[in-house]
Design a protein around this ligand. Structure first.
Ligand code: NDP
Length: 333
C-alpha cells in the first residue's frame, strides 16, 4: 500500500525564507496560491497581464511576468495547462532556474513523457490534487482536505520530497492525505481513466439513450433519468459513504440482481482487449506522440469529434430541457 502523509508528518518550515512562485492563476493556480498564502507562504504570481493576471492582482498578489516570477522564486509551481507547459518552460522558465530551486508540477504528463527536461541541480517534484481548483479553495476555507499525489522525480537537494509535502500541506491537501506516488503513476492513472474508463462510460450512456429511443421511449425522459435527475451524482456520493459495492444496497433488489447478474456480459473479451490497447498506447508513449502531432496541426480531429457529439440526439434532448436543467443544477452548485 502506498504511504499516506497527513499534516502531522509534515513541517512547513522548509518553505520559510523561500519564495513560492505560482505560474498561472486559473483553476489550480488561484486556489493553490491563495491556500499557500493563507498557510503562511510568501507567494508571487507569474502571469501575463490579462484577465487572469488582473484577478491575481485583485486578490492582493504581486503579479510578475512569468520569466520574472521564475527568477524570483525558489519553489516554482507550474499551474498552466499541460499542453502549453513545454513551450512556456523553454521560453520563460528554464533560463531563470537556479541551482537548489524546486520545480513543482500538478500532473505527471510532461516530465514522464520528457516534454520538459530540467537541469540536474533543480529538484523536480509533483503535488497533484485529485480535486478541481474551485473545491481546492473551498475545502481549504472550510478546514477540510482532499486527496493528492506527491512525488520527487529529481532530488538534487536531498530534500525534494520534504518540499513536495510542505506544498501539499500548504495547499490543504494533507488534512486528508497525500499518497506517495510517481510522475509515471500519476500520468498512467489519469490517461487510462481518460482513454478507457470515461470514454466507455460516455459511449455506454449514449448507447443506453439510443436503444431506448429506438424502443419508443421519450428522449427528454431518458436524458432526465440518465443524468439530469442527479441520481448519477447521488450514486457516486454513496460510493464514498457506503462503499463502491455496498451502495447497491440503496437500490431495489430487482436492480441489484440486474446489475450483478448482467455486468460481466457488458465487458466481453473485445472490451478487455481494447483496455489493454489503451494501456499499451500510454506506456509506449504512442498516445503522447499522437496528441503532440494533433496539437501541431491545430487540433483538427479534436474539433471534428466535438462537432459530432454536439449533433447527437442526446445533446438536442438536453437543449429541450434547458430550463429544467438550470433548476436541477441548483442542487449541485
Ligand atoms: P488552467 O487552464 O486553469 O490555466 C489557466 C492559466 O494558465 C491562466 O493563468 C492562463 O493565463 C495560463 N495560460 C494558459 N495558456 C498560457 C500560455 N500559452 N502561456 C502562458 N500562460 C498561459 O489550468 P489548470 O489549473 O486546469 O491546470 C494547471 C495544472 O494543474 C495542469 O498541470 C493540470 O493537469 C493540473 N491539474 C488540474 C486540475 C483541474 O482541476 N483543472 C486538477 C488537478 C491537476 P493567461 O490568461 O495568460 O492565458
Amino acid at each position: 500500500m502506498a504511504k499516506i502523509y497527513t499534516d502531522d508528518d509534515i513541517d512547513l518550515a522548509i518553505l520559510k525564507g523561500r519564495k513560492v512562485g505560482v505560474i498561472g492563476y486559473g483553476n489550480q493556480g488561484h486556489a493553490q496560491a491563495q491556500n499557500l498564502r493563507d498557510s503562511g507562504a510568501d507567494v508571487v504570481i507569474g502571469n501575463r497581464d490579462d484577465d487572469y493576471g488582473q484577478r491575481a492582482a485583485a486578490d492582493g498578489f504581486e503579479v510578475m511576468e512569468i520569466a520574472a516570477a521564475a527568477s524570483a522564486a525558489d519553489v516554482l509551481l507550474v499551474l498552466i495547462p499541460d499542453e502549453v507547459q513545454p513551450v512556456v518552460y523553454e521560453k520563460e522558465i528554464k533560463a531563470n532556474l537556479k541551482a537548489g530551486d524546486a520545480l513543482c508540477f500538478a500532473s505527471g504528463y510532461n516530465i514522464y513523457y520528457k516534454q520538459i527536461e530540467v537541469p540536474e541541480d533543480v529538484d523536480v517534484i509533483m503535488v497533484a490534487p485529485r480535486m478541481i481548483g474551485e473545491a481546492v479553495r473551498n475545502l481549504y476555507k472550510q478546514g477540510l482536505g482532499y486527496p493528492c499525489l506527491v512525488a520527487a522525480e529529481q532530488d538534487s537537494s536531498g530534500k525534494a520530497m520534504d518540499v513536495a509535502l510542505a506544498v501539499a500541506k500548504g495547499i490543504g491537501a494533507t488534512r486528508l492525505g497525500a499518497f506517495e506516488s510517481s510522475f509515471e503513476e500519476e500520468a498512467t492513472i489519469d490517461l487510462f481513466a481518460e482513454q478507457m474508463l470515461w470514454p466507455a462510460i460516455t459511449k455506454l450512456c449514449m448507447l443506453y439513450f439510443e436503444k431506448l429511443v429506438d424502443n419508443g421511449c421519450d428522449p427528454e425522459i431518458i436524458a432526465s433519468e440518465l443524468y439530469l435527475s442527479g441520481e448519477f451524482v447521488e450514486i457516486a456520493k454513496a460510493m464514498i459513504t457506503e462503499g463502491f459495492f455496498e451502495q447497491l444496497n440503496l437500490h431495489s433488489q430487482t436492480s441489484q440482481y440486474g446489475q450483478l447478474s448482467r455486468g460481466e456480459r457488458m465487458v466481453p473479451a473485445e472490451v478487455r482487449a481494447q483496455a489493454d490497447k489503451a494501456m499499451e498506447g500510454i506506456k509506449s508513449g504512442a498516445f503522447a506522440q499522437e496528441w503532440a502531432a494533433e496539437q501541431a496541426k491545430g487540433k483538427p480531429t479534436l474539433k471534428k469529434l466535438w462537432e459530432q457529439v454536439r449533433k447527437h440526439p442526446m445533446a438536442q434532448a438536453e437543449k429541450n430541457l434547458e430550463s429544467f436543467r438550470k433548476i436541477a443544477a441548483k442542487a449541485y452548485k
